[in-house]
Design a protein around this ligand. Structure first.
Ligand SMILES: [Zn+2]
Length: 153
């Protein structure tokens, strides 16, 4: 009688181990979250011209971008900097750039970024480069870029 009980116990233990093992295998199949997908949908001087890639000195521009982050958004960074060489000898203009970090999207799996950014009143007209960088909570980073032309008002 005792021997039967022991056998039963052993059988149960084996079944239990098999279940545990299967569970571990399932975990190994789980892929890490995909890198964020970043798409700039619109960049322009106004809602009337949401895609003209232009902004005027002292004015503002509109930007809309879609972010999908399986690993949840941590920070969103927007950088606008002058493209190429610039001449500052006229003294009238100074180097203008944007380097803003947004934390308000933290924890979201997806969002529609919609912001209006101000262009400095002494910004030099010319070609600017836009970098839009998203880092998720797993440390994965993706970016999108665009061109922006700053014109004299
Ligand atoms: Zn807008």
């Amino acid at each position: 009688m005792m021997k039967m009980m022991k056998m039963r116990g052993l059988m149960l233990l084996m079944v239990f181990t098999a279940v545990l093992f299967t569970a571990c295998e399932d975990n190994d199949d789980t892929q890490p979250p995909a890198k964020p997908e970043v798409t700039i949908l619109e960049l322009g001087s106004s809602h009337d011209n949401p895609n003209d890639n232009m902004a005027s000195v002292g004015g503002e521009f509109h930007m809309e971008a879609e972010i999908v982050a399986e690993g949840k958004i941590d920070i969103v960074q927007l950088i606008v900097h002058p493209e190429g060489e610039h001449d500052h000898e006229d003294g009238e203009h100074e180097e203008w750039e944007i380097d803003t970090t947004y934390t308000k999207f933290s924890g979201l799996k997806n969002t529609l970024f919609h912001e209006h950014l101000h262009v400095g009143g002494s910004a030099e007209p010319g070609d600017y480069h836009v970098d839009f960088i998203v880092t998720d909570m797993e440390g994965n980073q993706s970016s999108a870029e665009a061109e922006l032309q700053i014109v004299e008002n």
